[in-house]
Unconditional design. Structure first.
Length: 79
């Protein structure tokens, strides 16, 4: 990017969602392409995900989903 822009900045935006109800993650997972594709192939990944998350919530009291978004800011100086 620096070949085209005078200044490039990277800002990382980490976030963690804490879930105590596996159904919330399962509902989101069912909307993904991976879930739909695996279901067409006869593999119920969403059910297995729900079971795994429920087990973690049962033992730890919560399940954490951590994400990190990268935000680039690129500018060109006026001539």
């Amino acid at each position: 990017m620096r070949e085209r822009f005078d200044e490039v900045q990277l800002r990382l935006l980490p976030s963690t969602v804490v879930l105590t109800d596996p159904a919330l993650l399962v509902r989101h997972a069912t909307s993904t392409t991976a879930a739909k594709t695996s279901a067409r192939q006869g593999v119920d990944l969403v059910r297995r995900l729900g079971e795994a998350v429920a087990e973690i919530v049962s033992s730890r009291g919560e399940f954490r989903v951590t994400t990190e978004v990268a935000l680039f800011r690129a500018t060109v100086e006026a001539p």
